[in-house]
Design a protein around this ligand. Structure first.
Ligand code: ADP
Ligand code: MG
Length: 686
């Protein structure tokens, strides 16, 4: 099988080149063929221009010219660069090379003929060309008209190298290449065959052929991923019976009646979905996505009440002790007056108290337990657990969810609540094994947080405002991107900001520094002091991102706000605006980044976490944001979860159909393993 052989079996690849290819994750000939050209990067040699015809509008263009002169120069901040002057029969042009690109330029010889692509802009005397790709013409295949691929490169590799090797590999593929999708699917969806598609993604016959080829590989990747997920779900299917939890008695109704507010429509809708799931024989597997402050906690209270109403137990797991304590307080408020026995289990408990709690839990003398990871420990056993809820899911892994669910004879209903709004398509991919409820909007009566975007020049003004808030009795957060100062990043650290503030503005005001390197107990103690109002200003890193509720905190200042994604800023902002007072969020950014400022203005204009998450994904790409790998999924090579929404919907339907025919399934399992084997941890390595 040639595709499993090392790339060194190809002509022209020795140990040195192979090492460079390895940097691009290309080890085998098969890897090479799956190394697709850079997104959208093809050169159309039908569009070869003369220098005179180049349009200086900043777009990438292609032309052919001879080298006249190679010259090194120094720019602002003494950054060295190289200028290569070239000419054709119509005019001169200047090519600019920076950084590691200069190496290439330095090797050019006068009178050498080049094929050049780059961004063309007006120059002082000649047109200037930057982000230059060059090929020495003599060895280029570009002489023939056609569409040429442009690959990402490493070290001294050239486009010509990759094109040459790719052609060799394609020649092998022409002789033997197994299909990587079930034949029936290829036919049904009218996809080009694998070889056809490979050929056209590297050396397209036409733009249309290229489009079809790309679609095929996007389809393939998403289809197999979806199949893998469904397979995982099937493998891990809970064989235990579920608990049908129907309306029994009046506990749930009483809880609703006693609430100090009416459920919003969104809450009613979601509660309806959950109640229906719980009433069924099959265990519920549902994720509830609700923006910060959308009122998810009440929903969890209702689900717990329903379990108790049916004579079972429920548990609620939160990612931090403080959150767990806050939930516990809420449950005491809503459930205890109605006779429900509630307890709090945390890591820091005294041994005796813990032992007693566990005993009561196992004997069924407790109805509901709230806790942290401590709930996952082996000696935590339930008499009759029928609903397991986790809050702020992105802090827990898939496996932890499973541990909790396994703490009972029957399969409990599982509810996962998350404040990270994830667009539906991505949720389908990451949480392919869960049903999804979405709660949009907020309960009425809460004031919107006023968001202000300032450049750093106004920092003193901002901190003066912070002091005023503290003097009238409020509290404030200051969030920084780093813990301590770093040379590599020009950003303000929490330590630095904390020291500055203590010396200057905050003299005599109780404040504290909070970051992820503190021990859990220290963190909790600081947070608790802040909750209790003993600390007025909390300088921290993003550790405060997760749902704690301090209604008296009315101001958040975020330093170097441009270092955060929109969705994350939105999460952070959700920490203020929890009381009846008007709250503010001030985003500070360095003075010389007007783009950052305009990007941040989106936050000023929108308070919709779903919208912001989508904007974020458009700006930064989905993979970056959610790190598929973090969820045990492979990174995608060619598909894009935002762009390929329609394809995801299509492949999901097809994958579900396939699952019903065992023979088709055998085949697909093999293909999934081929495609994702090493990359799909969740399925193959657990
Ligand atoms: P999150 O979804 O971020 O967990 P919470 O459950 O903490 O949100 O709710 C935020 C605040 O809104 C809480 O103070 C809660 O009491 C309040 N709340 C929840 N539902 C309603 C409602 N229907 N009407 C008014 N206030 C509500
Ligand atoms: Mg919450």
């Amino acid at each position: 099988m040639w595709w499993k052989e090392s790339v060194t079996t190809l002509k022209g690849i020795g140990a040195k080149k192979a090492a460079l290819l390895a940097e691009l994750n290309i080890n085998t000939v098969g890897d090479l063929l799956e190394f697709y050209p850079r997104q959208g990067a093809y050169l159309d040699y039908a569009h070869l221009k003369t220098i005179k015809d180049l349009v200086p509008d900043g777009s990438r263009q292609l032309f052919r010219a001879r080298v006249c002169q190679v010259r090194n120069a120094y720019g602002a901040r003494t950054r060295a660069y190289t200028v290569v002057t070239v000419r054709d029969e119509t005019a001169y042009a200047s090519l600019y090379f920076f950084g590691s690109q200069r190496y290439k330029a330095g090797k050019l010889k006068v009178d050498e003929e080049l094929q050049i692509t780059g961004r063309v802009r007006p120059g002082r005397t000649t047109k200037s060309v930057s982000e230059v790709d060059i090929q020495t013409f003599a060895e280029g295949e570009g002489a023939a008209p056609g569409i040429m691929p442009v690959y990402a490169l490493a070290g001294t590799l050239t486009q010509n190298d990759l094109r040459k090797w790719m052609r060799q590999a394609l020649a092998l593929a022409a002789q033997e290449l197994p299909e990587s999708l079930p034949q029936a699917i290829v036919e049904k969806c009218q996809l080009p065959a694998r070889y056809e598609a490979l050929k056209n993604i590297h050396f397209p016959e036409s733009w249309e052929a290229l489009r079809r080829a790309k679609h095929r590989f996007v389809f393939e990747e998403l289809f197999l991923l979806q199949c893998g997920l469904l397979y995982y779900r099937q493998q891990n299917e809970d064989k235990r019976a579920g608990v049908a939890q129907r309306a029994q008695g009046t506990l749930v109704d009483d809880v609703i009646k006693n609430l100090p507010f009416a459920l919003t429509e969104a809450q009613q809708q979601v509660w309806h979905e959950i109640a229906q799931d719980m009433a069924g024989d099959k265990p519920m597997h549902r994720i509830l996505q609700g923006d910060v402050g959308s009122g998810k906690t009440v929903i969890s209270v209702l689900a717990l009440a329903k379990a108790v109403e049916n004579g079972h137990q429920g548990c609620l797991m939160a990612p931090t002790e403080i959150l767990a304590a806050q939930h516990y307080a809420t449950l005491l408020d809503y459930l205890e007056p109605l006779g429900v026995r509630v307890a709090l289990l945390t890591g820091g408990m005294r041994v005796k108290a813990r032992r007693e709690l566990l005993l009561n839990l196992e004997l069924g003398l407790l109805d509901v337990v709230v806790g942290t990871h401590a709930l996952l420990q082996e000696d935590v056993r339930f008499a009759d657990l029928s609903v397991a809820i986790t809050d702020e899911q992105h802090r827990f892994g898939v496996n932890q969810r499973a541990v909790l669910a396994n703490k009972s004879q029957q399969a409990p209903d599982v509810l996962v609540m998350t404040a990270t709004p994830i667009p539906r398509t991505l949720a389908l991919t990451i949480y392919g094994d869960l049903d999804i409820s979405v709660m949009k909007g907020r309960p009425p009566g809460r004031k919107q947080v006023q968001t202000l975007c300032y450049t750093e020049e106004r920092r003193r003004e901002v901190y003066a405002g912070l002091v005023r808030q503290v003097l009238v009795g409020r509290q404030a957060y200051v969030v920084c991107p780093l813990i301590e100062q770093s040379d590599a990043l020009e950003a303000r650290s929490a330590e630095q900001v904390y020291e500055e503030l203590c010396r200057d503005f905050l003299q005599g005001i109780p404040c504290a520094l909070l970051h992820g390197r503190l021990r859990g107990a220290e963190k909790d103690a600081i947070m608790q002091d802040f909750v209790d109002g003993k600390i007025k200003v909390l300088v921290s890193t993003t550790v405060i991102e997760v749902g704690v509720n301090v209604p008296n905190a009315t101001l958040m200042v975020i330093e170097n706000a441009d270092r955060f994604g929109l969705a994350q800023l939105h999460q952070l902002r959700g920490r203020v605006g929890r009381g009846s007072e008007q709250s503010f969020c001030v985003l500070l950014t360095t003075a010389d980044s007007p783009e950052a400022l305009s990007r941040l203005r989106v936050l000023h204009d929108s308070d919709d976490g779903f919208y912001l998450a989508e904007q974020d994904m458009n700006q930064r790409g989905a993979g970056q944001l959610f790190g598929l790998r973090q969820h045990g999924l492979p990174d995608l090579r060619i598909a894009d979860i935002m762009r390929d929404v329609e394809t995801i919907a299509e492949v999901r339907k097809l994958a579900l159909e396939q699952l019903r025919t065992p023979e088709a399934w055998q085949e697909i399992r093999r293909l999934v393993e081929l495609q994702f084997g090493g990359r799909f941890n969740m399925i193959f390595n657990t």
